[in-house]
Design a protein around this ligand. Structure first.
Ligand code: BGC
Length: 570
């Protein structure tokens, strides 16, 4: 593969201020017209992403997968799912992205494989105690017949975290551990062969010019080898998945060694033409002091701040959250990573349009233990989409003004709402089945993007094939084509903000200074000469004299009204 790095690739600190756009490949753009997004479609869309003004593209898993969990069940870590294309298509995509000055991130899923992975199939075929079984976490069951799972651990998608297998002689046998769906068996990270396997996978992709790697559930690989039970969750009857300190499968000391090992591999590429290769950790964890251990020197580069995503839309909560995140990151000299949406969470427009917009964790210490509970909590609440969209616009200006790295989940720039009424027969998230049809899961934020036209499939693909998840009938005004060049559209607000972020030396990495303001108002400056004000309260806030307006999320002709953000030149 030949790379054509643009000149800014010489900047070793690029990752400290990037804006990263998340592509969920199944739902982004369909190049061959079969109703599923693919690499051809992604390549066609690179011009769009470059014109949006992002610096990097993170592609959610693109590997061969039976799609029991939308690709987070990987059956071959060094290939591309045939529905998306081939390794050559991926190489072309990376090359073209680099040619446009865009970095490319992939998603590494190290906690679990797909049950279709050849090594898991070999483990099933082999005997208890064999080297094949040692690649995964097999244990004998409890009780006289071994028919009680080895621990009471609960799986995140519902039910027990253990599945019993049938041995070669047809008798009920051992159990294997799966923290997610039964189709996602957990690797045994105590086994050096697993460690080496993943060293090779990381190198495989870095050799192919990948600039960044998102680590899926980066806090999960190591398990307490005593396999203790956890307190029982009264709702499910299984062991709780809530991440208390010392939980046997979250944030065990062993994950640090794994991170440091990968960091050393990535650092060994620093002298290459593309410069620094980086990691972003996905770990839902609180408090923030605990989270930033993951980005301590020599460990990973960045870690998603889900406190941002979960924070309710109110001045005092947002300010407390921002303060904490900036303080704890400064302590370890890592840039903060801001995120208001992803493929696991109710879309921001819908979330901010609910009577409850987040978790009052800052105020009262409550914290959700995973994204699924988040969706389950929000789904029944009514939504005011117009209000949510207004707040989402303000939230975007706030996010891009904060020091550090910003993520955009595909469709966020279009102001897409969550699709909360998908027909149940279309639902694919494993949670739907595993919860006995009580939790719809995350499909509502994964509906394929509307590109153009008046009705589904809205130019998602070249023909009229309907996409793998149905799109709403009322998205014609939300398509990329409908919003392009329209002053004040959600998309043009994003474009203008990202262009300014590139132009303005005050934005990106660095620090901020708070101005005095009422609790329902956030006002801060960044040097040189930049101010951001967000009004969460009822009282209109005047634009300070001698400040020049750069951008506003709503009409500010009579001052800054409720749920509005402005960027000012001081
Ligand atoms: C991903 C999810 C996935 C889970 C298991 C995550 O946190 O973002 O989409 O279901 O890991 O791989």
């Amino acid at each position: 593969m030949t790379h054509v790095p643009s000149p800014n690739f010489a900047d070793l600190d690029w990752w400290r201020r990037s804006v990263v756009y998340q592509v969920y490949p199944r739902s982004f753009h369909d190049g061959n017209g079969d109703g599923t997004g693919d690499l051809l479609g992604m390549s066609h869309a690179l011009g769009y992403l470059a014109s949006l003004g992002v610096d990097a593209v993170w592609v959610s898993p693109w590997y061969p997968s039976p799609m029991a969990d939308g690709g987070y069940d990987v059956s071959d870590y060094c290939d591309i799912d045939p529905r998306y294309g081939t390794l050559d298509d991926a190489a072309l995509f990376v090359n073209e992205a680099h040619g446009l000055g865009l970095r490319v991130f992939i998603d590494l899923v190290p906690n679990h494989a797909s049950s279709a992975h050849p090594l898991f199939q070999a483990a099933l075929a082999a005997a208890p105690g064999s080297p094949e079984r040692e690649m995964f976490i097999f244990r004998d069951g409890k009780g006289d017949d071994g028919d009680v799972p080895p621990t009471n651990w609960g799986a995140l998608f519902g039910g027990s975290a253990w599945e019993r297998v049938v041995e070669a002689d047809g008798t009920p046998g051992q159990w294997y551990c799966h923290m997610f769906a039964p189709e996602q068996p957990d690797w045994n990270w105590e086994n050096p062969a697993v460690v080496e396997l993943f060293d090779g996978i990381v190198r495989f992709w870095l050799d192919r010019g990948i600039d960044g790697i998102r680590i899926d559930v980066a806090d999960s690989m190591a398990k307490n080898q005593n396999f203790p039970d956890t307190p029982t969750d009264p709702k499910t009857g299984y062991g709780t998945t809530a991440k208390f300190q010392g939980h046997p499968y979250w944030d065990q000391p062993g994950v640090e060694q794994i991170h440091r090992r990968w960091r050393a591999i990535a650092d060994s590429y620093a002298g290459s033409r593309l410069g620094s290769r980086i990691f972003v950790s996905e770990a839902h964890m609180s408090p923030a002091e605990r989270l930033v251990r993951y980005v301590a020197p020599g460990r990973l580069h960045t870690t998603f701040n889900f406190d941002h995503l979960w924070c309710e839309w109110s001045g005092p909560s947002q300010r407390a959250m921002i303060d904490t995140i900036l303080r704890v990151h400064a302590d370890v000299d890592a840039p903060a990573t801001w995120v208001i949406g992803n493929h696991d969470t109710t879309r921001v427009v819908t979330r901010y349009g609910k009577p409850e917009t987040g978790w009052r964790f800052v105020a009262d210490g409550v914290h959700p233990d995973d994204a699924l509970k988040f969706a389950e909590y929000f789904a029944p609440l009514p939504t005011d989409v117009a209000l949510g969209r207004r707040r989402a616009r303000a939230a975007a200006l706030l996010e891009f003004a904060l020091p550090g790295v910003a993520y955009i989940y595909q469709g966020e720039e279009l102001g897409l709402p969550e699709v909360e009424d998908l027909p149940v027969e279309s639902l694919q998230d494993p949670t739907w089945e595993r919860s006995g049809h009580t939790i719809r899961g995350r499909d509502g934020c994964r509906v394929p993007l509307p590109w153009s036209g008046e009705r589904p499939p809205y130019g998602f693909g070249p023909g009229n094939e309907q996409p793998w998840l149905p799109q709403p009938a009322d998205w014609a005004d939300l398509t990329i084509a409908a919003q392009t060049g329209v002053p004040g559209s959600h998309l043009e607000l994003y474009r203008a903000a990202l262009a300014e972020r590139h132009r303005n030396p005050a934005l990106g990495d660095g620090t901020l200074t708070w101005d005095d303001s009422a609790p329902e108002v956030l006002s801060f400056t960044r040097e040189p000469g930049f101010r951001c004000i967000v009004n969460y309260g009822d009282e209109v806030v005047p634009i300070p004299g001698n400040n020049r307006l750069i951008l506003a999320s709503s009409d500010v002709s009579a001052g800054i009204p409720r749920d509005t953000a402005v960027w000012l030149s001081v």
